[in-house]
Design a protein around this ligand. Structure first.
Ligand SMILES: NC(=O)c1ccc[n+]([C@@H]2O[C@H](COP(=O)([O-])OP(=O)(O)OC[C@H]3O[C@@H](n4cnc5c(N)ncnc54)[C@H](O)[C@@H]3O)[C@@H](O)[C@H]2O)c1
Length: 309
């Protein structure tokens, strides 16, 4: 199939592009490299350094290819940044998406697959959270992801554009940056590799549902199927892990001694987070295959090697 990946030079997008090309698809990447890395983009992918907010240039890309599927990964991904810059966050996460949706509609794309987030649920203690839970985002980032979901659903209802909305929990793995929601794994791994202090925001007992990037990629690929109903799917492990436990495992693996300090919790951060993945298991026939310790080991090895170069 002919596929566009926006944000395909980023952490999740670049792994997705690799898997799509391995699967024999033709892939185009649009990315402005604001947080992405050109070196992560597979050599066989066509690459356009382009901001999705530039509608005319983006249209040129759509007009040149006839995309069957669009994966929309490009976004402002930082919760703290969204709290300081709500307008910028909305400009990219809503208006940028609308450019993509308009072109999907105009060029009869068969499906859009959207990267949403656990941030749409906000603080909710009844974990693991299922898809039909009331959405109460506590950050502007969560609000723009929620709004983006509603636009996608309305494009489906009004214009018949099929979709899959994938709400990721905290994604971690190789090529991850300090930005993004699973960024804590990167931050701790880098601090360990550099012998620097690790800072935990809050008491460290906040929980996250850490899902490995290559499992997230497989969920995206499963969602491509034309028989998959347009719907919202949590992509997660169902398991809560505390930030303190994450720190302990990484310190144990690295065999390095670590200095840990605690700072005030950041505004907008969720305290408990785990997503129920039953629907993705049943409908997408997907499950997270990577054990946490295996994924963490691979991630830590990757960053240790990067640091030693
Ligand atoms: N990493 C996580 O834990 C996580 C969790 C939930 C949802 N998500 C979502 O998954 C998607 C990918 O996130 P990621 O962690 O890979 O982040 P990332 O920052 O590594 O990837 C985002 C990519 O989009 C590109 N981009 C940003 N603004 C752009 C613009 N205006 N035009 C074109 N390209 C632009 C960046 O350069 C980058 O390559 C995002 O939509 C994010 O909100 C991520």
């Amino acid at each position: 199939m002919n596929i566009l990946v926006t944000g395909g030079a980023g952490f999740i997008g670049s792994h997705l592009v690799d898997a799509l090309i391995d699967g024999g698809h033709t892939v185009t990447v649009v990315d402005n490299l604001s947080t992405g890395n050109r070196a992560y983009v597979h050599k066989q992918a066509a690459f356009y350094e382009l901001d999705i907010r530039h509608a005319r240039e983006l249209e040129d890309v759509f007009a040149r290819s006839s995309f069957d599927i669009v994966f929309h990964e490009a976004a402002q991904t930082l919760v703290p940044y969204s709290m300081e810059h709500p307008k910028e966050d909305a400009d990219l996460n809503i208006m940028g998406l609308l450019n993509v949706l308009e072109l999907c509609r105009k060029y009869a794309v068969k499906k859009i697959i959207f990267s949403s987030s656990a941030a749409v649920y906000g603080d909710n203690d009844s974990v693991p959270i299922a898809e039909d839970t009331l959405l109460r985002p506590t950050s502007f980032y969560g609000l723009t992801k929620m709004t983006a979901e509603k636009y996608i659903q309305m494009y489906h209802d009004v214009f018949g554009l099929p979709y899959a909305i994938l709400r990721y929990s905290n994604v971690y793995g190789e090529r991850q940056g300090s930005h993004g929601e699973g960024g804590v794994v990167y931050v701790f791994s880098k601090a360990l590799a550099r012998g620097m202090a690790m800072t935990i925001f809050g008491d460290g007992e906040q929980t996250r549902d850490f899902v490995y990037v290559k499992d997230v990629v497989q969920a995206n690929i499963a969602a491509m199927g034309s028989q998959i109903p347009s719907d919202i799917y949590n992509i997660s492990t169902n398991i809560e892990t505390t930030v303190n436990a994450l720190k302990e495992i990484l310190v144990y693996f690295s065999q390095l001694s670590a200095v840990v300090s605690y700072a005030d919790a950041r505004p907008g951060d969720i305290y408990r987070s785990a997503l129920n993945n039953d629907k993705a298991r049943q409908v997408l026939q997907w499950r997270p295959k990577t054990k946490f310790i295996e994924g963490l080991r691979a991630t830590l090895d990757y960053f240790s090697e990067e640091e030693s170069q």
